[in-house]
Design a protein around this ligand. Structure first.
Ligand SMILES: [Zn+2]
Length: 292
């Protein structure tokens, strides 16, 4: 079984500054350095992955896009300014993804087929985003978590890679995020906070569990291997807001020192490829079935 290795290429510092501290600014060089470490891990093992990039990262660091493309990896879109879909009108969402797609294609010279929404924000109430993506020329989306999460999730959504039928006979492929049932609860176990907080053996167990039925989609972010990471400047915030952001920041840092080692162990233990290649392999296996 060959799994998909995916990275959502965003800069922690500019997103935290914008979303939590109310300060606008471009992505920082940290995103280039951290992504470079992923590229080195993949190159060392002759593996390829998919990098869903923010438009603002591509705009600020076009050489990073060329470096990813030169490594034989797939490039996808992760929005332009990391705005969750439920915060956008369909017109504004369309502009985010169209602008980012065009920019990344122009810089890399390769087609962009895939999309991952910031914070997995395609859910039942934002299902219209799939129509917008199909219309904008995306072949697939990989944003839906088939779980009942606190902040995200689409409970009951099909777990396998499949074509979704849209209005006017259009279709888009959905590659849902991988889940496992642990302690009686359906959880994301192949990336993000779960990879950070759980012992590495839990993630290995999860991949073995998932691969009985289908390939897993592992996901991570450049900042998850960034160390050391500086203190946040919370000046100007109310004490309540400052304590909220510091709590979030502390949770983000907990166990961060373990992530690179755990990811390297996964890359050694399992086989990985780009998500587009994994999708093509899966869809060629079984006759395509459309779902509503
Ligand atoms: Zn993101």
């Amino acid at each position: 079984m060959i799994h998909a290795f995916t990275v959502d290429v965003e800069d922690y510092h500019n997103i935290i500054a914008r979303d939590w501290l109310g300060r606008e600014g471009p992505p920082t060089r940290a995103v280039v350095e951290n992504t470079g470490r992923f590229l080195a891990h993949l190159a060392k093992r002759h593996l390829r992955g998919t990098f869903f990039v923010l438009g603002e990262v591509a705009e600020t660091f076009p050489s990073l896009i060329r470096e990813i493309a030169a490594g034989g990896h797939e490039l996808g879109v992760h929005g332009f300014f990391h705005r969750q879909v439920f915060k956008l009108t369909s017109g504004a969402f369309r502009k985010e993804v169209v602008d980012a797609k065009k920019l990344i294609e122009d810089i890399s010279g390769q087609p962009v087929r895939g999309h991952r929404a910031p914070a997995f924000s395609i859910m039942p109430n934002t299902a219209w985003a799939l129509d917008v993506l199909a219309d904008a020329g995306f072949a697939y989306d990989s944003s839906i978590f088939p779980i009942a999460g606190r902040r995200y999730g689409w409970p009951g959504f099909r777990e396998d890679i499949h074509e979704v039928s849209l209005a006017d006979g259009r279709k888009i492929i959905e590659a849902p995020m991988s889940t496992v049932t642990l302690f009686g609860k359906r959880l994301p176990a192949c990336g993000g906070g779960y990879l950070r907080h759980f012992p590495g053996m839990i993630t290995t167990w999860a991949l073995k569990r998932i691969e009985r039925n289908r390939p897993a989609i592992v996901y991570t972010h450049p900042y998850e291997i960034e160390l050391p990471i500086g203190a946040l400047d919370t000046s100007g915030l109310s004490p309540a807001d400052a304590s909220r952001v510091l709590r979030f920041h502390k949770l983000q840092l907990r166990n961060r020192g373990t992530v690179e080692r755990k990811l390297a162990a996964l890359l050694d233990a399992f086989r990985f490829d780009t998500l587009w290649n994994v999708i093509q392999r899966e869809l060629s296996k079984t006759p395509r079935k459309a779902s509503a």
